[in-house]
Design a protein around this ligand. Structure first.
Ligand SMILES: COC(=O)[C@H](Cc1ccco1)c1ccncc1
Length: 130
């Protein structure tokens, strides 16, 4: 009903705000757009579910997420993929892994500090009812 659409509208506003803040953080520049398959031809052989901050934003606008938990699953793909694709001890790999870990910690800190548990519970109830 209308109240449910109000809740989902507020969810999208929260998720857009979180995603925009991450995209503005210079540490996360490598995560803002899809990995360039021309630059990295084997990427899709290693990474089965690519994800990036611009795709997160598109998904929000396309109403893909009904809960914060669904959003978190896709947001987690960004840093998980970076750890998986860049495992070596060379400085480049270590640098992107350090930024991937910073992304993981930053997303979790924002959600812990700014998401009301009761709000997420209402979103989960809407999801179960559909
Ligand atoms: C999330 O970004 C990545 O996983 C790419 C992989 C990549 C390797 C070569 C070109 O791109 C990356 C970008 C910047 N610095 C390290 C790795």
């Amino acid at each position: 009903e209308e109240q449910e659409e109000d809740v989902l509208r507020e969810l999208r506003l929260f998720l857009r705000n979180v995603t925009e803040r991450l995209a503005l953080d210079r540490r996360f520049k490598a995560f803002t757009k899809p990995v360039d398959i021309e630059e990295v031809p084997d990427y899709l052989m290693v990474i089965k579910k690519p994800m990036d901050l611009s795709t997160l934003m598109t998904n929000i606008d396309e109403h893909k997420y009904v809960t914060v938990s669904e959003f978190m699953s896709d947001a987690d793909l960004i840093w998980q993929n970076a750890l998986e694709y860049n495992p070596d001890s060379d400085p480049m790999d270590r640098h992107i892994r350090h930024r991937a870990c910073a992304l993981k910690d930053t997303v979790r800190a924002i959600i812990r500090d700014e998401l009301d548990e009761d709000f997420e519970r209402v979103c989960e109830e809407i999801k179960e009812s559909r």
